[in-house]
Ligand binder design. Structure first.
Ligand SMILES: Cc1ncc(COP(=O)(O)O)c(C=O)c1O
Length: 391
């Protein structure tokens, strides 16, 4: 027998040791949600600046009550994939409501954004496809491109000149279809894609356009329905686990594309349908989100205020233009130290390090919610200044 097969667990320890040496070990930590935006961690109450609950809906009574209603009526689980016997009537009702709000002919709900991404792209692309993917796309989109097993060209982040240069290059004869894949609001940088420009390029080169609207859903666009709203996009993917305050994901697209996904998207076909309680919460969120224009305005006003305060202190927030405000630090250890200092002072903000972000681009990622009051933000700003002065 080959020597390397003798210690079948050796690679686990070696990989974890390497992570420890590189100071990149991740650990799960227990937290208890209190009233938003507070959270209990390590036995202490802290202001939470790292959840994606941008509209503070995760603990909204309407979502909780609707979840209980659904669970009472339909039970705890959907019992099977939607194609077997799990297609309860509420999926269709919620999809109809969602499609109307997104202003697309159809919508389809799926288990998670990760699952939606990793199964949508392989369902659409064949081995002769060519995918153009933004350099800062979320890991689920990167995995999706790998699973598609076709050629992928990565264009510089948000650089449409680079994208059009790549699109201009002559195609090999065997290329069957081309795709452009981008996020609308980038999850780690909080900047925004030029969707109008990308739609224009997609039309010019007859490319199939896929936009991940996860961090824009609930926060931007008409009735909070995302930045994709009103743009001619072939497939929009979004989630309910962020501003939606619940869980789950959706496709918004043409009717025949929905039909295609029902037939070819493994993440829908081979997975148990979303549980009734989750869909109840989603149903509640879809009722409330369109009414929250005032909260959306306040959220962006607070983000602008926070960025201005941080800039005045000399911090860099990159091209953030949304409720996601990264403070760019550089070295992983420095980001960890800052995060530790904030935590000692009652503020929870996780340090984001490689491999989630590129080497040298470690940061703390501040994620604002409408549940943050000015005094919460001012406390954060005060501590950031203290840290700046201490260094
Ligand atoms: C841009 C983006 N797409 C997809 C996902 C995955 O969504 P979900 O958490 O529903 O799996 C995330 C989550 O972090 C994300 O940031």
């Amino acid at each position: 027998m080959d020597f390397c097969c003798q210690d079948k667990y050796g690679f686990i320890e070696a990989a974890l040791d390497q992570r420890i040496k590189n100071r990149r070990l991740r650990r799960l930590r227990d937290v208890t949600p209190l009233n938003s935006p507070e959270i209990k961690a390590s036995g202490r109450t802290m202001i939470n600046f790292c959840s994606n609950d941008y509209l503070g809906l995760a603990r909204h009574p309407r979502l909780q009550e609707r979840a209980i209603e659904f669970i009472r009526q339909y039970g705890a689980g959907a019992t099977a994939s939607r194609l077997i016997c799990g297609n309860y009537d509420f999926y269709r009702k919620i999809e109809t409501k969602l499609a109307r709000l997104k202003k697309t002919p159809a919508a389809l709900v799926l288990a998670t954004g990760f699952q939606a991404n990793i199964s949508a792209i392989p369902a659409l692309a064949d081995q002769n496809s060519l995918i153009f993917s933004d350099a800062l796309n979320h890991n689920s989109l990167i995995q999706a491109c790998r699973l598609a097993r076709c050629r992928v060209k990565v264009y510089r982040h948000n650089d449409l000149t680079h994208l059009s240069q790549l699109l201009e290059q002559p195609l090999d004869n065997h290329v069957s279809r081309i795709f452009i894949v981008t996020e609308s609001v980038f999850s780690m940088d909080g900047d925004v894609a030029d969707l109008a420009g990308i739609v224009h390029l997609a039309k010019q080169y007859n490319a199939f356009l896929i936009v991940d609207d996860a961090h824009a859903t609930g926060v931007f666009g008409s009735k909070g329905m995302g930045l994709s709203c009103g743009h001619d996009i072939d497939l929009v993917i979004g989630t309910f686990g962020k501003a939606g305050g619940a869980f789950g994901a959706y496709f918004a697209c043409a009717e025949n594309l929905k039909h295609y996904m029902v037939n070819f998207c493994a993440g829908l076909i081979y997975s148990t349908a979303l549980p009734p309680a989750v869909m109840g919460a989603v149903d509640g969120a879809l009722e409330i989100i369109p009414e929250m224009d005032e909260e959306r305005r306040l959220l962006q006003k607070n983000a602008q205020y926070l960025r201005q305060c941080l800039h005045d202190q000399g911090w860099e927030t990159g091209n953030s233009a949304t409720q996601i405000v990264p403070v760019l630090i550089g070295k992983a250890q420095d980001a960890l130290d800052l995060s530790g200092f904030l935590e000692e002072n009652g503020i929870l903000i996780t340090a984001i390090r490689p491999p989630t972000v590129p080497e040298g681009a470690s940061r703390i990622r501040i994620s604002l919610s409408v549940s943050h009051a000015r005094h919460h933000i001012d406390r954060l700003v005060e501590l950031m200044e203290k840290w700046q002065r201490r260094k």
